[in-house]
Design a protein around this ligand. Sequence first.
Ligand SMILES: Nc1ncnc2c1ncn2[C@@H]1O[C@H](COP(=O)(O)OP(=O)(O)OP(=O)(O)O)[C@@H](O)[C@H]1O
Length: 586
Amino acid sequence: MLLFIISITTTLLLLLTFTYILSYLLAALSGLLNSLEKARTQLDSDEDDFGFLSDLLGSRELQALVHVHNKINTTIKSLQPVLSNAEDVAISIMREIHYRTIPSADAIELFAILQSPHLQGLLQAHDSIAAKDFTPHLPEIPVEVDEDEETVKIVQLVKSNEPVGATIKHDEKTGAIIIARIMHGGAADRSGLIHVGDEVQEVNGIDVVGKTPADVLKILMQAQGTITFKLVPAGSSAYLRESKVRVRAYFDYDPKQDKHIPCKEAGLPFIKGDILHIVTQDDPYWWQARKEGDRNMRAGLIPSRQLQERRILSARQQLKGSNGQSSSGGSSVKSPGCKPSSNTKVKKIIYDASEHEDFDREEIPTYEEVARLYPRPGMPRPLVLIGPPGVGRNELRRRLLELDVDKFKSPVPMTTRAPRPGEVDGVDYNFVSREQMDKESSDRTLIEHGEYKGHMYGTSATHLKALMSAGYFCVINPHYQALKFLRTAEFKPYVVFIKPPPLALLKETRHATHAKSTFDQNTNREFTEDELRMMLKSAARIEFHYSHWIDEIIVNDDLSSAFERLLTIVQKIESDPLWVPASWVH
Ligand SMILES: Nc1ncnc2c1ncn2[C@@H]1O[C@H](COP(=O)(O)OP(=O)(O)OP(=O)(O)O)[C@@H](O)[C@H]1O
C-alpha cells in the first residue's frame, strides 16, 4: 500500500472537494457557488482565493466543461468492449490465411492489412483500453496534513521483497542525497510520487542531510514495514517515457556478480538469447529493461550496449595480455587440431576457409535490436543448416526434401567442371563457364564458392531468391561463413545449428549406422575417432563465434529425433511470429 501525504493550503482543499463533486453533479456546481459565501465567513482564508474560486465556479467555460464531462461519462457507460484480445484474434486469422494452400486475393489483402504495424498498434491500444490497463493506481487521500510544509512531500512505501525501485546519489553541486534513477514499473515509479532529482531529506524520521548514499542505504536495509521518505521535489519532475525497443541479448548477465552495478537488487538477470524490452536508455551506462513476456512490470538495470562493449573489449585485452595471443577464439575452441590435416580432408567442394581467418574479430555481440516478424503466406523464410563437417546436415536436408518435393527445395549448386556421365544439367549441378562463375563472384551473387582440383563450385543467391519468390520452402546447408552474406532483410534466414552430441554418443550413433565419413570423398569408410573429435572442435568454434546468429540448436544424436525437431522448427517458421533483427521488419 502506498500512502502519499502532501501538505496543501485550505484553498487547495476546497479545490479538491470541488473537483470531486464536479465529476458527479452539474447541480453541485451551483450549490457550491451558493455555499461559497457561507464558507467565506467560516474559513479563515485568503480573500483572493475566494474571489478566484467564485469566478471559476461561475465561468461559462467551466459550465460547458462539466456538460461535456457528464455527456462523455454517460456515453462511456453504455460502451462495452466486445473483446479484449483483438490482437490474438488477428494473429489467429493470419494463421488461418497462412495455412490456406491457395489464399484468395481478399485473404492476402486482409493478411497485409492485419500485418501492418499501424493496425497492430491500434489493436494493441484497443486491448489495453478494453482491459482497462490504463486505470491509474491513485494514492490514498492524505489523512495528515502538515500545513507548514508546502514544498516537502512525504511518501510512504511498504517494504516487501520488492526493491523500492529507485537509486540515490550525491548531488555533486549541493552535496544533497538525490534520487538518481527511477526503475520503470517499480514501487517508486508506480507511486508516481518520487521523481529523478528529488532530494531525500529524511528516511523514517532520520535526517539524512549531510549523510552519504551508503549511510542512507544502511538505514533502508535496516528498515522494516513502512518506509517514510521526506523529499524535496525536483524543479521539474522527469516524465518517464517508455521506449518500444526490444533487443536480443547475446551474453549472460548476473547482477549479483556485477561489482559496478549501482544497486544489485535493481539488476535484471538474463541469459543469452533472452528478448528484453528496453524501457529507457536515458543513462549511457545502465539501461532499464524488462524480460519480454514477463508479467512483472518492474524494470531492472542492465549494462548498456556501450558499457557491455567496453567490458568485452577489456576482457579480451586482458586475455590477450595473459596468454599473448588473440582472445577472440577462447582456449577451448582454439586448437591447431581444428584444421583437418590435408591428407585426410578432401572435400567435394572446397569451402575450406582458413580456420584462422574465418571469424569476424571486430564484432562485439552485446544486444541486437529485434522486432516480431509475422509469417507471410507464400513466402516462407529459408531454413539454413549450419554445423561442422560430417555432422549430418546433408542427411537432414535430404530427408526434408524427400518428405515433400513440391514444398522443400534447395538451390542447385553451380560448377565449372564438365558433367560426368549420368549427371543432368540443372538437377545435379548447373554447369556453367568459368567466366559466368567469375562474374557471379565479382557481382557478389554467390552465397558461397570455392575451388577444387581446378574447378569452381558455388551456390547462386539468384537461384535461391527465385525459389523463394516462387513460394518454396528453401533449405540450404552452406558453410557457416555464408551467414554473413545471408543474414539480411532480403533473405531473412532462420538459422539452425546442427550440433554433434558428446564424443561417446557421437561414436556410438555413427558406428551404429556405419555413417560415412565426409572427410574423404574418395573412400567409402566410416568416420575415424580423430575425425569425430575434429567435428566436435569445429562445432565448438562455430558455436562460440556464431551463436548470436543462430536461431535454434538441434543436437544430432538420434537421427530420427533430430529430424522430428527439424519438422517442428519448419512448422514454427511457417506459423509463428518470430523475433528477427528490427531492420528486417521496418
Ligand atoms: N544422427 C546420426 N546418427 C547416425 N548417423 C548419422 C547421423 N546423422 C548423420 N549421419 C550419417 O553421417 C554421415 C555424414 O552425414 P552428412 O553427409 O549429412 O554430413 P554433413 O553434415 O552434410 O557433412 P559435410 O558438411 O561434410 O558434407 C552420413 O552417412 C549420415 O547418414
